[in-house]
Write a protein of this length. Structure first.
Length: 279
């Protein structure tokens, strides 16, 4: 009995010392948390094991739908993958991006990764992974749309660049039942409606939008029908005599000195009398 009690005390003491040591180590800031400095092998292995065990324990409770090979589901998932995932996980024929190169741990290139476990990928897409850059898409997508994306991921490694482009073009684009965030496009002036109503700005013709690119799946519309039709904007000249900024790439030059206003001749007042001047 005494031996058992002694064992418990020793074990508790060791765990307490380790916990205190870990706390001091974390507080000291010695460990570099920067994404451009890789984890040590022991730390990386521990985190990888914890991640995989955590996902597996939860994904094993899921039941994938039986129709993940349905072409309609695959096609629908393609549009959302193209809009939401390629920045990190790339696509066939696509070079690395700033995001894919800068994230650590590096996101997998899903165009070259076989999906062995549909439930595993569903769980990751829905819930994300802490401190990895992988968002929880379940906050904006329902389960049905996430399963559609999983269905597409199962086919993605089989596609070449042209096949990928074709299936994305045939999809509904970025569409998952609401909550989609579309890229900002200066040619789309809907966000100015109301706020600029009745304003007249001389010198700028905004009656038509210039040609511009649209994300895949954008409904067909007429770019020439701008929402600012009939509005003009007055362009005010820059006073070169005052300090001002220049656009990048502007050739070196000397700002003009202030220009003195032209003198206006002063006419003598007419007081109704004749005046004679001696010369």
């Amino acid at each position: 009995m005494k031996s058992h009690t002694r064992h418990i005390i020793v074990t508790s003491a060791v765990l307490g010392v380790l916990a205190i040591g870990a706390g001091v180590f974390a507080w000291s800031g010695i460990y570099n948390i920067g994404a451009d400095d890789a984890h040590t092998k022991p730390v990386y292995s521990m985190l990888q094991m914890a991640r995989e065990r955590s996902i597996t324990a939860r994904a094993n409770k899921l039941h994938p739908p039986p129709n993940l090979t349905d072409p309609a589901l695959i096609r629908q998932g393609a549009g959302n993958y193209n809009a939401m995932c390629t920045g990190c996980h790339l696509a066939p024929g696509m070079a690395e991006t700033e995001l894919s190169k800068g994230l650590y741990p590096a996101p997998p290139n899903l165009s070259q990764t076989d999906v062995q476990d549909a439930s595993h990928h569903f769980w990751v897409i829905k819930h994300g992974i802490k401190a990895s850059g992988m968002p929880a898409w379940g906050k904006s997508m329902s389960d049905d749309y996430i399963w559609n994306m999983v269905a597409f991921l199962q086919e993605l490694p089989k596609l070449n660049a042209e096949q990928y482009k074709a299936i994305v073009a045939s999809s509904g684009g970025h569409s998952h039942g609401g909550g989609e965030t579309m890229p900002h496009d200066d040619g789309d002036a809907d966000h100015h409606d109301g706020a600029m109503e009745g304003m007249h700005m001389d010198g700028m013709d905004t009656g038509a939008s210039k040609p511009h690119a649209h994300p895949a799946g954008t409904p067909v519309h007429d770019d020439s029908a701008g929402d600012h039709a009939g509005m003009t904007m007055e362009a005010k000249p820059i006073d070169e005599s005052k300090p001002h900024s220049h656009a990048p790439g502007t050739p070196a030059h000397k700002d003009n000195a202030p220009t003195a206003p032209a003198a206006t001749p002063i006419k003598p007042a007419d007081d109704g009398h004749d005046h004679q001047h001696q010369h």
